[in-house]
Design a protein around this ligand. Structure first.
Ligand SMILES: O=C(O)C(=O)CO
Length: 264
């Protein structure tokens, strides 16, 4: 099983730059991050420090989120955010640079919360343009843009796989074929989507899978979701990528479920 440790939600007791090495020490060869910088376009020193933390740890950065705004403050992406289009585009260029240097291929573009001052149609129109820009940018390095249904943020409009697939269809009409569904089984389940049906119908086209259990967004086994079953079925149907571990847990206990799994 190829897992990739999401170092923005796990190992958070440690400074960010120490997390890749901690993931390696815990037995993993791959990590992913939400946008790890304060600035939209980081300077050379910041970029070098982040990239060295990955390469010195001997892990692969499998995934990186585009700048999604102030996440602790509730923002969930710039893609549909009217007024921040040039910022988004500048960020795409920065992300492509990181991806090129680290061999990263999957880039998660959080869509953005609804804004009161604009119609959904206006925001969706911008979103498609921005997604096409991002898709063309990452295509230069063989990359894929991921689009994710998210829970827990009422103003975030993409709640189900169908919501995301409808946007992806518009990007395809606009001429790009490298925007893919990020199937986060936790977000989908919390939002009431039919996860087994999503897997049956779309697993071979998933751009990425992430997992957390529900309730609580904890490690597998802390809730009631049949995550192992869903992963196995996705693999049978052709999903070949890594599984992102995107759950909350104290570092000391974060990966004990994998040891229990090996023992069984
Ligand atoms: O905001 C979240 O919960 C995410 O999963 C971001 O990737």
């Amino acid at each position: 099983m190829t897992y990739t440790v999401n170092c923005s939600i796990l190992l958070t007791e440690l400074p960010l730059l120490e997390r890749p090495a901690a993931a390696k020490a815990a037995g993993f060869d791959a990590v992913e991050f939400w946008w790890p910088f304060e600035s939209n376009v980081p300077g050379d020193a910041e970029l070098t420090a982040f990239e060295r933390a990955i390469t010195d740890a001997g892990v692969q950065l499998t995934g990186l989120n585009f700048n999604a705004g102030n996440m602790p403050g509730g923002d969930r992406g710039l893609v549909s955010w009217k007024g921040r289009c040039s910022e988004f585009k500048d960020n795409v260029d920065a992300v492509v640079g990181i991806g090129e240097r680290l061999g990263t291929k999957a880039f998660n573009a959080l869509y953005g919360n609804r804004q009161d001052d604009y119609t959904p149609a206006e925001q969706d129109e911008l979103a498609v343009k921005n997604l096409v820009y991002a898709a063309q940018g990452v295509a230069k390095i063989g990359g894929t843009v991921l689009l994710e249904p998210v829970s827990g943020t009422p103003a975030y409009p993409l709640k189900t796989a169908a919501d995301v697939l409808a946007v992806i269809a518009k990007t395809q009409e606009a001429g790009v074929d490298n925007v893919k569904l990020l199937a986060d089984f936790y977000h989908l389940a919390v939002n009431g989507d039919d996860v087994p049906a999503v897997i049956e119908n779309h697993a071979k086209d998933f751009g990425h899978i992430q997992i957390a259990d529900d309730p609580g967004r904890g490690a597998p086994g802390t809730g009631t979701l049949p995550l192992g079953e869903w992963i196995t079925r996705s693999r049978e149907l052709g999903y070949a990528g890594p599984i992102g571990l995107e759950y909350k847990s104290a570092a000391a206990d974060a990966f004990s479920w994998t040891i229990r799994q090996q023992a069984n």
